[in-house]
Design a protein around this ligand. Structure first.
Ligand code: AMP
Length: 490
């Protein structure tokens, strides 16, 4: 089950954690709109409130008042096809002989079914088909025999896939990032406590200070008095598999992930796009809001050099950057629309052109990605109807040719326009005068990392995990699950 979500965890000395958790979830709303939840602990017992819907709708004043305790975790969940089901809403909370557990998960496990089958065989009863419950049960089982740190390590040794977690064991708040660091997770210092969150924007919202990212394979345990945190590097992997698409589309532009500000990365990707495949047109315009940072970087680079890479002459006015499409902010993400017909209507509802900036002009339209091709097809035709002479499309990421198994709800392979079409064929299908994408190498250069340390499964079709029926781009095998694995060595 795909889980593209936002997680948060907070520990204060005395102050109630519920309200800051609520603000933190608000800051992470873009990571999931299906459900929102908070679990706190007051030193004696857990308090939980989890509802379907947006953060603002899921909690009222009374709900926040009832969430007592200076420690807590929260979660926002992304809507995925066929899973509009409250049984998967999080944080997942449960009481065991070993105490109480709360768990918020962002990511997707490859081997959840194997672990679930094994634990079910040992008598564990599951209430959902989600992989978060599998982690909770496995951890609870390990906690019966071992201390917290060893129990978390043993569970991590059994999981294969992507997970950024905030966990609460009784009133102890922890954060865990999978050994390949697929999804983001960071630590922040607040005035009187500490926070662990999917993105640093949540820390900013609470006037906190970003301390650093949680390292791949690291467990971070917040001190109960809010004075600091302990770090345990539990598993070391040879390579990371950071999701490049977090930088391209998913994360907020004002967040810092793995040391880089997402907005700056997007501007640099835009610059690289101009350098790789710039085309001289009258106007450059973004698809709002996803293409905005890319288009501004692209236009800046176009001011400096021509499309052939030569410095611009002084009397050469270069290209104009303009907003040619206005966005209606009150329309949800087009992906929520279940049918193609509704998706097309939604694009038109969402974006309306400003005729004066396009009429009689050659236009370059910039976006971060093409998934099914709905947005670009609609926009090219809209701009042409408005009198644009030519519409060239430039995309700040490589073609998406394969599905994401690691937590971003992209589309099925059959729906992806690039799965079986070449770039010129896609250009033709969306009726653009030209279409170019950014290369995977340029993405790695901009992110200042090696391609082999990124998860680029959706653009290469080769994954950093051992996924049934799919090729992998590295030497990975999932842990073998079976009764014996429960007794695995440290
Ligand atoms: P499409 O219209 O199907 O080609 O989708 C492309 C548009 O959706 C672009 O404007 C992207 O910014 C946006 N997009 C890309 N990935 C996702 C995603 N996983 N969920 C929602 N929107 C996305």
């Amino acid at each position: 089950m795909t889980e593209k979500c936002g997680v948060v965890g907070i520990a204060f000395d005395e102050r109630d954690a519920a309200r800051p958790l609520y603000y933190g979830l608000y800051a992470l709303q873009h990571r999931g709109q299906e459900s929102a939840g908070i679990v706190t602990h007051d030193g004696f017992q857990q308090h939980s409130h989890v509802e379907m819907g947006l953060v603002g709708d899921a909690f009222d004043e009374g709900d926040l008042e009832s969430l007592n305790g200076s420690a807590g975790i929260g979660h926002v969940r992304y809507p995925t096809a066929g899973s509009l089901d409250s049984s998967c809403a999080q944080p997942f909370s449960v009481s065991f002989k070993s105490g109480s557990l709360g768990l918020s998960h962002n990511g997707n496990l490859v081997n959840a079914d194997e672990i679930r089958d094994e634990l079910a065989g040992l008598g564990h009863a599951f209430t959902s088909d989600g992989d978060t419950e599998v982690i909770a049960h496995d951890l609870a089982r390990n906690l019966l025999n071992e201390d917290l740190i060893r129990a978390v390590k043993r569970t991590m040794q059994r999981l294969h896939g992507s997970y950024s977690l905030t966990i609460m064991h009784d009133e102890t708040v922890m954060g865990v990032r999978d050994p390949q660091g697929n999804r983001p997770l960071c630590i922040g210092k607040l005035e009187d406590g500490y926070i662990i969150a999917s993105e640093s924007a949540a820390i900013d919202t609470l006037d906190g200070e970003l301390v650093r990212d949680v390292r791949p394979g690291e467990l971070v345990v917040l001190e109960a008095d809010g004075s600091g945190f302990d770090s345990y590097q539990l598993i070391d992997a040879d390579q990371t598999a950071h999701c490049f698409f977090e930088h391209v589309y998913f994360a907020r532009p004002d967040s810092q992930i793995d040391g880089t500000l997402v907005y700056e990365s997007r501007r640099k990707l835009g610059r690289a796009l101009w350098e790789e495949s710039g085309v001289e047109t009258d106007v450059v315009m973004p698809v709002p809001d996803s293409g905005r940072a890319f288009a501004s970087g692209y236009a800046d680079a176009a001011d400096e050099t021509t499309a052939d890479g030569e410095p611009r002459a002084e009397d050469d006015e270069g290209v104009e950057f303009a907003e040619g499409l206005m966005k209606n902010r009150y329309v949800g993400r087009t992906f929520i629309m279940p049918t193609q017909n509704e998706r097309e209507r939604a694009v038109r509802l969402k974006l309306n052109p400003i005729t004066s900036t396009v009429e009689g002009k050659t236009v370059t339209l910039i976006d971060d990605s093409i998934v099914r091709g709905t947005t670009s097809t609609q926009l090219v035709s809209l701009l042409k109807d408005c009198g644009a002479e030519e519409v060239h499309m430039r995309i700040g990421a490589p073609p998406i040719v394969a599905p994401c198994y690691m937590g971003i709800d992209m589309a099925t392979r059959e729906e992806l326009i690039a799965a079986d079409k070449s770039i010129p064929e896609i250009g033709e299908a969306i009726d653009a005068d030209s279409l170019e994408y950014l290369s995977p190498d340029a993405v790695a250069d901009v992110l200042e990392t090696d391609r082999s340390d990124l998860c680029m499964g959706c653009v290469t079709g080769e994954y950093p995990y051992d996924i049934d029926g799919e090729p992998t781009d590295r030497d990975v095998t999932r842990p073998s699950i079976g009764g014996a694995a429960l007794e695995a060595d440290d």
